[in-house]
Design a protein around this ligand. Structure first.
Ligand code: MEV
Length: 421
């Protein structure tokens, strides 16, 4: 498949066998046989043993592929590692609808991370903060001495802020070191720089440095994705209005916003995990960003455009890397990055946020129309059928019967299984 003519748009992908799906991905992403064999392999025990402590084994979750993604006019197949049913199908469906109006468009800041250095026991915090700023050049120079490779690639410490905060222990200065981390997530580079700056900042301020650590509220590393969802395709004006009614609750009510944002993170986390990135860092940043106004609210926003189509936008910090970390060590994470065909951390971040928007649209669309249980239940019923001991064709038979009866329970699955045996 030539790069130019290739399309991620495919109908009935879920009906194909696993082998057929792998063949499709293999062609799309130019994978070797060795790479496709990785899909059914587990993480090597020696690698696992080097990644964390006290290793006993590995823990598997399904890896699926979301199809139909068109982002900034480029075709993507999106790997998703997730244990929840319906999520991959929902993302694919949303991406298919988004394509009608040109797919997802994104905007992205430079990959700037913040490192925090906390300085306490200072007599004159205002004077000390001024001193820090006056020595900005020297401080940035010392920070950049710590990572010459990053600087060579155009990254490195770029700016400095001195924030004065009041606490029950008195006033303190929190110095923010702003670092362009290029294609890395950046935690290691930033933490190393912050630690190296501590003695210099103590000397400058006469205070005592305590914390020296990256902030996961990466609000200088923001990605925004936008898509237009065709009014006719989603069921007309009344559905657009119903969607906006649902969305508005997430905008005003933290109880709904938490669930709404969880739906966004269903998509985001699954790609973050598939590429070996740190999903706790992304979660922490996302929810802190959702509270930036002082009230926790929706990370996405929706409105009608002049044609009456539904416009969706999602904006959040996206601290992802394509070099270093678990994403380099885990062969399956490397494979997922190859499937995506991404060249930079920025591109990965743009795909992640587009996926989050697709996922959010799909969930709110379902909730505003048929509800989500319909989609969830058929796969859930299959799982219950398997738990009851169904095998091969029995699984579909037991599941279909339970869905028909609206009773998806283990005891009922066991009864049906007995009846059909
Ligand atoms: C379930 O995993 C996610 C949803 O609850 C998200 C939402 O309510 O928007 C369906």
């Amino acid at each position: 498949m030539s790069d130019k003519g290739k399309s991620s748009k495919v109908s009935g992908f879920y009906k194909k066998s696993i082998r057929e799906r792998i063949e499709f991905v293999k062609k799309f992403s130019d994978l070797t046989d060795e790479e496709t064999n990785l899909f059914s392999s587990c993480l090597n025990m020696d690698i696992a043993d080097r990644m964390i402590e006290n290793v006993l084994g590995t823990f598997e979750i399904p890896l699926g592929i979301a199809v139909n993604f068109l982002i900034n006019d480029k075709e993507y197949l999106v790997p998703m590692a997730i244990e929840e049913s319906s999520v991959v199908a929902a993302a694919s469906n949303a991406a298919k609808i988004a394509r009608i109006k040109g797919g997802f468009k994104t905007k992205c800041t430079d990959p700037l991370m913040i490192g925090q250095i906390q300085i306490l026991q200072i007599d004159d915090v205002v004077g000390a903060a001024k001193k820090i700023i006056s020595k900005k050049k020297e401080i940035l120079h010392l920070a950049n001495e710590q990572d010459k490779v990053l600087v060579k690639f155009g990254g490195g410490a770029k700016d400095l802020e001195a924030r004065i905060l009041d606490s029950p222990l008195g006033k303190m200065i929190v110095t923010h070191l702003i670092v362009d981390v290029r294609d890395a997530m950046g935690a290691n580079a930033v933490n190393t720089m912050c630690e190296a700056l501590a003695p210099m900042l103590e000397e400058l301020t006469g205070g005592k440095v305590r914390l020296k650590i990256l902030s996961n509220l990466a609000d200088k590393r923001i990605v925004k994705a936008k898509a237009v969802f065709d009014k006719e395709k989603i069921g007309g004006e009344s559905v657009v209005d119903a969607f906006l009614e649902s969305y508005n609750l997430a905008a005003i009510d933290p109880y709904r916003a938490a669930t709404h944002n969880k739906g966004i993170m269903n998509g985001i986390d699954s790609l973050i995990i598939a590429t070996g990135n740190d999903f706790r860092a992304i979660e922490a940043g996302a929810h802190a960003y959702a509270s930036r106004s002082g009230q926790y609210t929706s990370l996405s926003c929706y409105y009608k455009d002049k044609n009456g189509d539904l416009v969706g936008e999602l904006e959040l910090p996206m601290a992802v890397g394509i070099v270093g970390g678990a994403g380099n060590i885990n062969p399956k994470a490397r494979l997922c990055k190859k499937i995506l065909g991404i060249k930079t951390a920025r591109e990965l971040a743009e795909v992640v946020v587009s996926l989050g928007l697709a996922q959010n649209f799909a969930a709110v669309f379902a909730l505003s129309t048929v509800g989500i249980q319909k989609g969830h239940m058929s796969l859930h019923a299959k799982n219950i059928a398997v738990m009851a001991g169904a095998k091969g064709k029995e699984i579909d038979k037991v599941a279909t019967q339970m869905v028909k009866e609206g009773k998806i329970k283990l005891d009922r699955a066991e009864e049906i299984l007995k009846e059909i045996k």
